[in-house]
Design a protein around this ligand. Sequence first.
Ligand code: TRP
Length: 335
Amino acid sequence: MQHTVLSGIQPTGKLHLGRYFGAIQNWVELQSKYDCIYGIVNYHAMTMPYQIKNLIPATWDLTFDLIACGLKPENIFIQSLIPEHTELFWIFNTMTGYGELKKMTQFKDKSLLVSEKGKDAFISSGLYTYPVLQAADILIYRAHYVPVGKDQEQHLELTRNVAQRFNHQVGKAYFHLPDPLFTEIPKVMSTADPTRKMSASLGAKHHIDLFATPDQIIRQIKSAVTDAGENQGGSMSPGVENLFGLLKAAGQEAEYEDLMEQYKRGDLRYGPLKEVVANALVQMTEPIRERKAEILGDKKRVKDQIKASSSDIRKRAQNTIAEVKELVGLLNVKF
Ligand code: TRP
């Protein structure tokens, strides 16, 4: 049997090249090797201040975007359509140490972000227990692997601890401990400040929207920061390195090698480099833009597909929850 891979993504903000190259592209490839399940985690999106009226549109938009990128609809579920996640979350809450959660750096970072907003900042306990829900997302499908970035390593470690504690408590190795799946992932930096990771929250100049028009992509690459000061030769500036990184990420290995040679000889001008990078990105995103347009022309069908896939995936979650309730001594009746 194929091993199960699980990952989740929050319906917050648009997909930009950083998120695409950093996660989604890899998720697409994993589908040919593993039994993959990808969740649009809208319960998680409620842990930071959000606009109620935007959440459903954002959930569908992200779903459409992911399918346009190449995720198979049958591998995608929407978290709120599978209430067993929150049911397992409760059970796991009773098996997670208060002190364990206090150590989570994401909670510290995010609560700081909220409290900087001013005196009526509200930090919910949902933000605090967020990693427990994530553990439920992963373990409810008995996942073997979780493709994660560095920022999620701590949450995966917590998931392993919860699984281990559960197994110990019920006296049975029910959950196997999921492993992180690290793959070589290009690091995409901001186009305005290439010392920082590309992120939507930094502002419009910093990230390139995956669904930007070719014109927008070209303009943004043209204005990307290259050498902050004068080029000293020797070491490459972060901005130029980022352009090279984007070129490689876009799959243009040969161009990359070629231009790198030129750079090393000292006769690479940034204008032509930017042109090549912009063209590579436009070309790479072309089929994604086309698929997105098709999907938008047939939204109802795609929504129905995702409701059906969520219902299929839910059956797996229901199996687990029934077994878990029995194992922990909770009365359960099939109505
Ligand atoms: N916390 C993850 C993030 O912000 C999202 C997430 C929720 C997730 N549940 C998950 C990731 C389960 C992997 C597995 O990126």
